[in-house]
Design a protein around this ligand. Structure first.
Ligand code: AHR
Length: 496
């Protein structure tokens, strides 16, 4: 029997609700069709937003939404997306699929969506092809509460009150699609552009590295902070980090979403687990300039990236979602929780119909993916307090790929309940676990589980192949909780 030790007396930090964040880019069928169908659609909608999708997202609890990109952000000119829809500029989405972008979803629509979801707004600005003035005016348009050219324009477009924008990204992937810049060049631009993001309530996010590009982090931090005079404090609230799990060895052969073997399963898990190493290594560089961890790591793009589904537009990045995605989500979220002292936000890529989505749509049909259910189960961690936990985890895997079998994180929520989430990466082993709680008498445990075959997934024809089930294989005895966690599963235990 394996042991899990939980000490609720040892509080490890606040789990920002934003760790459970999402990302929606003007890409494929993510926004158009997935979230927004327009007011004239036959699909039931409120101000153009799909009612079915919004209701499902609310049940899962979306704390923050990042928009409009991604690579699209550094080509986006926000004034194209305001004013009467019939006069909005039509353009080609050169990055994603070469389709017409009619700008019918713009700033007002994004803010409306955030209001319907009850979530914070994370707007990503354009450094790659936009001016300082353009960025500064966008912030003024959205958040200024007073008389100014941009607030007059906002009112003319039907919105008198300012909106709240909690996070603003100053560029995206500026080492690549956002302008192919060197770290020093970008960091100097960052210093300049962020100066004109004139809203003291906005948290400013600087563009961080891709995966293990530690040099980017080092040079950006150095250029921004070395010899920094006092007045530059408040320069940066977060530094982004992008890390995708790509099972294949090249971008041309990433691997299929639903057809894979056991080796590929464990390889995917192993690659996913690398996020912890990256958080530690980038965090160590940040510690040099920010030992108090005031600047968060913002993992604003993460998730599985597979080959697109056969027959779909390669630029739309549409992929199915199996139990493998559920495990990848569960592992990432447990790791983010455990690093909540530095990781302040994370945004899975992407919300609907793109990469590792929580929802897929086809016309008026909608399915919830295994990833959706993981976010649903983990929602109790949002704004909870991380507590100390340790779980014995033997290695599991094939001859080629071995990984620790179990991963957990534990928090106490506002009501004083303990929430334990555990992933079992093994495809064959059920593990018997005895959890020992320090100074805590368990009175009641409510369990929910997501489990199935490794490639199990929901389709429009069979939407309930993978779904949540009550978990009852669990006994309590004072300070001990014993349970058997089946292979290929994600488990949530709520302990009172
Ligand atoms: O999420 C898809 C793309 O991946 C984003 O646009 C970009 O930032 C990243 O390369």
């Amino acid at each position: 029997m394996l042991k899990m030790y939980i000490n609720p007396n040892v509080k490890r930090g606040h789990i920002n609700k934003e760790i459970y964040g999402h990302f929606a880019e003007h890409l494929g069928r993510g926004i158009y069709e997935g979230l927004y169908v327009g007011e004239d659609s036959t699909i039931p909608n409120t101000k153009g937003m799909r009612n079915d999708v919004v209701a499902a997202l609310k049940a899962m609890k979306v704390p923050v939404l990042r928009w409009p990109g991604g690579c699209f952000a550094d080509e986006y000119h926000w004034k194209d997306g305001i004013g009467p829809k019939e006069t909005r500029k039509k353009m080609i989405n050169t990055h994603w699929g070469g389709v017409v972008e009619d700008n019918s979803f713009g700033t007002h629509e994004f803010m409306e969506l955030c209001e319907q979801l009850g979530c914070e707004a994370y707007v990503n600005g354009n450094v790659g092809s936009g001016s300082v003035q353009e960025m500064s005016e966008w912030v003024e348009y959205m958040t200024f509460d007073g008389l100014s050219p941009m607030t007059v324009l906002r009112e003319k477009n039907g919105r008198k009150e300012p909106w709240k924008v909690k996070y603003f990204g100053v560029g995206n992937e500026n080492w690549g699609c956002g302008g192919n810049m060197t770290p020093e060049y970008y960091a100097n631009l960052y210093r300049r552009y962020q100066t004109y993001v004139r809203d003291n309530n906005i948290s400013k996010i600087c563009c961080g590295s891709n995966g293990e590009d530690l040099d980017w982090t080092k040079k950006v931090m150095e250029t921004c902070f070395k010899g920094t005079p006092g007045h530059l404090h408040g320069l940066m609230d977060g530094l982004s980090l992008h890390y995708y799990t790509v099972p294949g060895d090249t971008w041309d052969q990433k691997g299929a979403a639903t057809e894979f073997d056991e080796d590929t399963w464990y390889k995917t898990m192993k690659k996913t687990l690398r996020i912890e190493e990256l958080i530690n290594r980038h965090g160590t560089i940040m510690d040099e300039y920010d030992p108090e961890k005031n600047i968060g790591i913002i993992v604003d793009e993460w998730g599985n990236w597979f080959d697109v589904e056969v027959g779909t537009n390669p630029g739309f990045l549409y992929q199915q979602n199996t139990m493998r995605d559920a495990l990848v989500a569960g592992i990432n979220l447990n790791i983010f929780n455990k690093h909540c002292d530095r990781v302040k936000m994370a945004n899975i890529a992407q919300m609907i119909n793109v990469l590792q989505s929580v929802i897929l749509t086809e016309g008026e049909k909608m399915v919830l993916t295994p990833t959706y259910y993981v976010f649903y189960m983990y929602q109790k961690h949002q704004d909870a307090t991380l507590v100390d936990s340790y779980l014995q985890a033997p290695l599991t895997g094939t001859e080629i790929y071995q990984v620790p079998s179990l991963h957990e994180s534990v928090s106490i929520d506002e009501e004083g309940h303990l929430n334990i989430t555990i992933t079992n990466l093994s495809l064959s082993e059920t593990y018997e676990v005895d959890s020992i709680l320090t100074d805590w008498e368990a009175k009641n445990v409510k369990g929910t589980i997501l489990t199935g075959k490794m490639d199990a997934h929901n389709t429009f024809e069979n939407p309930e192949v993978v779904k949540l089930a009550d978990f009852t294989d669990c006994t309590i005895n004072g300070q001990s909780i014993r349970f058997n966690i089946p292979p290929c599963s994600v488990l949530h235990l709520e302990v009172k």
